[in-house]
Write a protein that binds this ligand. Structure first.
Ligand SMILES: [Fe+2]
Ligand SMILES: [Fe+2]
Length: 232
């Protein structure tokens, strides 16, 4: 016997992939939009990153940022499972929480592609990475961010979403400003190491603009979730 489903749930597609002209517009929009007002906690994350990797953007700094970018989504996924069990008897609520878990997993995947692309660009550009700066330090910062994210989520989920929105806003501006400051990136072809999974772009400039736009989508998602009713 074959079972047929009227409605089959699908994994979220993730942020949209943009064409060259859309990417240029996205960059202009970001650079014309002021950065958010970053909280003390967000500045506590950005400051050590600037001190260790420099204020200016670089592939090594972006790789570092992508290691920690995944962390709040991991924390929310874990908290989501806790909430699903708590509300297992209310199917509508459990389903809503579960949809959030699926979304958090898809956002982790998206950040993982960013990280792999950055690592590939680091290797190709011949930058050296050290154990202390590129393994131990990101681990320590990610550890701090993970625990802050789930603790905030437990007390005030909107604060946890706000912190992530600030982190994503920072990343969005860093990528777009980096591309704007280096016109040579326009003539550097996208190596396409993960083209099958992430798409292939006409240049490294467009590849980085696409990542910057993903960060904006993540930011807007978090800002929207801040306004949604809380599930306890
Ligand atoms: Fe990212
Ligand atoms: Fe992001």
């Amino acid at each position: 016997m074959t079972l047929t489903l009227d409605h089959r749930p699908e994994a979220p597609a993730g942020p949209p992939k943009l064409r060259h002209d859309e990417l240029l517009r996205a960059q202009r929009d970001t650079l014309a939009t002021p950065r958010m007002r970053y909280s003390l906690l967000a500045r506590m994350l950005f400051k050590p990153v600037d001190l260790l990797y420099g204020r200016a953007g670089s592939y090594t700094k972006f790789a570092m940022l992508e290691i920690i970018a995944r962390v709040p989504y991991q924390a929310w996924e874990r908290m989501g499972y806790w909430l699903v069990h708590r509300h297992a008897r209310q199917s509508a609520l459990a389903r809503r929480v579960f949809e959030r878990i699926v979304e958090a997993r898809s956002d982790q995947d998206n950040e993982q592609w960013h990280l792999l692309i950055m690592q590939d660009l680091v290797q190709r550009s011949g930058h050296r990475q050290t154990w202390l700066l590129h393994k131990a330090a990101p681990w320590a910062i990610a550890f701090f961010y993970y625990h802050v994210s789930w603790l905030l989520f437990l007390v005030r989920p909107d604060w946890s979403y706000r912190l992530n929105a600030e982190f994503e806003d920072h990343a969005e501006h860093e990528y777009m400003a980096f591309v704007a400051a280096d016109p040579d990136l326009e003539f550097m072809p996208d190596p396409g190491a993960y083209a099958a999974e992430y798409g292939r772009y006409r240049s490294v400039a467009d590849l980085l603009r696409q990542i910057g736009h993903d960060e904006r989508v993540h930011k807007l998602d978090s800002l929207e979730k801040m306004r949604e009713p809380r599930v306890r």
